[in-house]
Design a protein around this ligand. Structure first.
Ligand code: DAH
Length: 333
């Protein structure tokens, strides 16, 4: 009995010494298992109590349990101190040097198409126009039929339409918004509709998704000369410097007469004409479809490619560059 207790006392001294000199919390964990673990020194003594007489066993057991409790207390106290020291050390190490220069902030910017679209909107808002938007998923009625493009008209195939099912498509032109707007608004009206259009096209000047700016003006006593004036003013103001452009007779089922507008632009070393879009006097059939009297009112309209305007404005020679989301390219603008 005496020797078990002596041993236990010895172990207490040893453990206390180890705990007090433990450099960190990790060392404490090791001490814990060395003395109190399943194969620990004190556990070993407790296990051997079986060899004592029945009288001695509870007494010695109690004593040893007291010693165990002491060791647990010493460990807890020291752990507390070491943990605090660790936090303190971390704080010292991680301290923030407020005198360091900051890393700076990367600011996003608008896409060149958005920038051009805003410039266009600004110009037309100043001229008294209202900006109108509408659905990109359209019905054939708004995209074709109401625009005087009959069922089997070649213009429908020329547009190479993306179909969802029979009657539902991705709009091939923002002209659909002419119809939607005239259904809702009474003339006189002046609107512009910037938006996306979709066609099965893909080359340097055509993308399957592109942007158009539709203009529609319905009023009494307006004519093609007014349309030419508006377009000329718009082109001259948008490009600021002198730019060469031309009106070329053309055909659209929803305008009569119709024209296309081309702008001279430089590709490499040579100058070429780039088609901006079409324009014309709204066909009387179109006005009738939306219940506007063509004898009293006349409509003037155009639909220009916003991406084309951006290409000329910024000197980009491939439309697809605009849609590749290459930040290095986009950050130039
Ligand atoms: N929607 C035509 C196209 O995408 C362009 C157009 C032509 C729009 C004449 C018009 C217009 O408003 O009057 O090819």
């Amino acid at each position: 009995m005496k020797s078990s207790l002596d041993n236990a006392d010895q172990i207490l001294k040893e453990a206390a010494n180890a705990v007090n000199t433990a450099p960190d919390i990790h060392a404490i964990d090791i001490i814990k298992s060395t003395y109190l673990g399943k194969k620990g020194k004190l556990t070993d003594i407790l296990r051997k109590l079986g060899g004592l007489s029945e009288e001695e066993r509870p007494k010695v057991g109690q004593e040893i349990n007291l010693i165990k409790e002491k060791i647990v207390n010493i460990i807890n106290e020291r752990s507390q101190i070491l943990k605090l020291a660790e936090i303190e050390a971390n704080l010292q190490q991680e301290s923030i040097d407020v005198t360091l220069p900051s890393r700076g902030q990367a600011f996003g910017s608008n896409h060149p198409i958005t920038k051009v679209q805003r410039m266009l909107e600004d110009f037309f808002i100043k001229m008294g126009f209202t900006v109108v938007e509408g659905p990109e998923v359209e019905t054939e009625f708004y995209n074709f039929t109401a625009l005087n493009i009959p069922e089997h008209h070649p213009a429908r195939t020329a547009h190479d339409t993306f179909y969802f099912h029979d009657d539902t498509i991705l709009r091939t032109q923002t002209s659909s918004l002419q119809i939607r707007s005239m259904e809702k608004m009474k003339p006189p009206l002046r609107i512009i509709c910037p938006g996306k259009a979709f066609r099965r096209d893909n080359d340097a000047t055509h993308a399957p998704m592109f942007h158009q700016l539709e203009m529609l003006m319905v009023d009494e006593s307006v004519n093609f000369a007014n349309l030419k004036w508006l377009i000329s003013k718009f082109i001259e103001s948008f490009f600021k410097e002198k730019i060469e452009y031309r009106f070329r007779p053309s055909y659209f089922p929803f305008t009569e007469p119709s024209a296309e507008v081309d702008v001279k632009w430089k590709v490499g070393d040579s100058w070429r004409w780039l088609e901006l879009g079409g324009c014309g006097v709204v066909h009387p059939h179109v006005l009738e479809t939306v219940g506007i009297d063509p004898k009293r009112f006349r409509g003037l309209a155009f639909g220009f490619g916003i991406d084309r305007l951006a290409m000329i404005y910024y000197g980009i020679d491939d439309i697809r560059l605009l849609f590749e989301n290459d930040l290095e390219f986009l950050e130039q603008f």
